[in-house]
Design a protein around this ligand. Structure first.
Ligand code: SAM
Length: 291
């Protein structure tokens, strides 16, 4: 029985034997702490009837733990140099499939169809490369994949924005997009010392439990997200001013203000005070008026 991968000694040994050098540009910070791995894996609520999709397995620290909990695991890694290492360390786990690809290019519905058709539920579990966290998470959410949870280690500040409630400075279009598709829960914050090499930012583990239905009704989803983004264009401006710049109407401000009032929103409020429901109502009022 080999030691776990996620220890300083074993990680350094694997890296040395394979002559591996870290690429900062790929966000390569490998986990070397069993307690953090326990928290990540526990939050994912895996069991042998379920599948796990890992993005960026690195040298397999988390992959190994997923293999011990889930019925099947697919790990997508962009860095070709890591593939032989993963094949070696994951050799004891035939139900782990490693695919070399940029996850942003992967046809995920097709991957789910081929790799996860025999499991009851699938979760994404990953220590994400920080330079592409938001594009990866938005791809997972917007493609409406049949996911149970997305449990990810990300930059702490991004995790706080995703889980933020209306009224605070962290709350913005990212909070609304994430909360439209999922229910976020911060699991724990993580010190830099649990990685090799250590990143410059603080990290956190967040769980997004994917909703079966959005919590609000929108006439048109793309329009709803456009209204949300427009409302935060200049955070210090009122919602009335932001919307007036985005939707230029001959009647100008009066028309926008009348529709804000119709949606039950005081025009002098700022975007950061509106709830998801208020944004949905506002977008529906604007949409019905042909704006
Ligand atoms: N899971 C490992 C761990 O926890 O020790 C490694 C995590 S490291 C933060 C991020 C990993 O994602 C690296 O192995 C990196 O090569 C990989 N990666 C970076 N960009 C990627 C992309 N676009 N698609 C797939 N993997 C990517």
């Amino acid at each position: 029985q080999l030691d776990n991968i996620a220890t300083p000694g074993r990680t350094k040994d694997i890296i040395r034997r394979h002559g591996f050098s870290f690429k900062k540009s790929l966000g390569q910070n490998f986990l070397i702490d069993q307690n953090i791995l326990n928290k990540i894996v526990e939050a994912a609520e895996l069991d042998p009837t379920k599948g796990a999709l890992e993005i960026g397995p690195g040298i397999g620290a988390l992959t190994e733990r997923l293999a011990q909990s889930a019925g099947t695991v697919t790990a997508v890694e962009i860095d070709k140099r890591l593939i032989p290492i993963l094949e070696e360390v994951l050799e004891p786990y035939p139900h782990v499939h490693v695919q070399q690809a940029d996850v942003l290019d992967v046809d995920l519905p097709a991957l789910f169809e081929s790799n996860f058709k025999d499991v009851s539920k699938v979760s994404v579990v990953a220590n994400l490369p920080y330079y592409v966290t938001t594009p990866i998470l938005m791809k997972l959410l917007e493609e409406k994949l049949p996911l149970e949870h997305i449990v990810v280690m990300i930059q702490k500040e991004v995790a706080e924005r995703m889980a933020a409630s209306p009224g605070g400075k962290e709350y913005g279009s990212l909070s609304i997009a994430v909360q439209y598709y999922s229910v976020p829960k911060l699991i724990c914050t993580v010190p830099h010392t649990v990685f090799i090499p250590q990143p410059n930012v603080d990290s956190a583990v967040i769980r997004l439990t994917v909703r079966e239905q959005p919590p609000v009704e929108t006439k048109d989803e793309a329009h709803f997200f456009d209204v949300v983004r427009s409302s935060f264009t200049q955070r210090r401006k009122t919602i009335s001013n932001n919307l007036k710049s985005r939707y230029t109407l001959p009647e100008g401000r009066e028309r926008i203000d009348a529709m804000l009032v119709q949606a039950g929103i005081e025009p002098s409020r700022r975007g950061e005070t509106l709830s998801l429901q208020e944004f949905a109502t506002l977008s529906n009022v604007l949409y019905e008026a042909g704006i």
